[in-house]
Design a protein around this ligand. Structure first.
Ligand SMILES: [Zn+2]
Length: 256
């Protein structure tokens, strides 16, 4: 029985995890430790006191500015905390206490970090994607999608994009897709299996094309403008993991 109080607790816990994800998003691209030292202002180095480090609340009380130097704090901090809080509350309500809950939350946290880092740095750190492949596969031994679907997801996800990346390189003689995207799709396949991995790829490619066309039409970036494909993969995977099974049933329904 999932009580309202327990959903609130899950949300608060999620906000705290979101605070940690912010640290990962900020420090991983800089190759800095995510456990030491404590959080500080990115501008003046002012070390945050505990009351300046409360998820969402501190941002509101400080009105989005550092207490020492008044530099603006990125809106990304409260947004990531709110998103993670909503994800934890929603997943707890939907999955209840189960191995699938833990698997989906770890997957969701990885997606949030990859989404934000790729958007800002065009980078998908190996320290997230590679362990992600193993963790996703390990969970598949005891819960959805099952180890065979997971293994097929890893091989197909990594293989398909690797092929696309190689073909693009052969034709255009430049890198269109990075190996980070390849490893990320393998990770997605590990967590959700090959079917939902394909749905992820379709949705990410579709969304990427729409945004790409809009950029070209608005002349804000030429054909050369590299879109952060990992950001679209993260969106696609989040959708696939939640509404994907329904989409799959609906689609396959045409062929019954
Ligand atoms: Zn400051």
């Amino acid at each position: 029985m999932i009580t309202t109080a327990s959903i609130v607790v899950a949300g608060v816990f999620g906000a705290m995890i979101g605070s940690f994800l912010n640290v990962c998003i900020y420090r991983l691209p800089l190759r800095r430790s995510i456990v030491w030292p404590g959080s500080a202002c990115g501008w003046c180095g002012h070390l945050l006191a505990w009351f300046e480090n409360v998820p969402v609340v501190s941002y509101l009380i400080l009105r989005g500015r550092c207490r020492a130097c008044r530099a603006a704090i990125s809106l990304r901090y409260p947004l990531v905390e709110l998103l993670t809080a909503a994800m934890f509350a929603g997943a707890w309500w939907y999955y209840g206490p189960s191995a699938l809950l833990v698997s989906r939350l770890l997957f969701g946290c990885a997606l949030i970090v990859l989404f934000a880092i790729d958007l800002e740095h065009h980078l998908l750190p190996n320290v997230i994607t590679l362990p992600g492949i193993f963790v996703g596969f390990a969970f598949s031994l005891i819960t959805e999608p099952g180890w065979m679907a997971s293994l097929a997801g890893i091989l197909a996800g990594g293989g398909v994009l690797w092929g696309v990346a190689e073909a693009y390189y052969l034709i255009r003689h430049e890198e269109g897709l990075g190996m980070g995207d390849v490893k990320m799709l393998a990770m997605i396949g590990a967590f959700v299996g090959w079917k939902l991995m394909l749905i992820t790829l379709m949705m990410a490619s579709f969304a990427g094309s729409i945004v790409g066309i809009m950029l070209i039409v608005s002349k804000r970036g030429g054909m050369k403008y590299a879109l952060p494909f990992g950001t679209f993969l993260a969106l696609g995977a989040a959708l696939a993991a939640t509404i994907g099974p329904g989409v799959l049933d609906w689609y396959l329904g045409f062929y019954r």
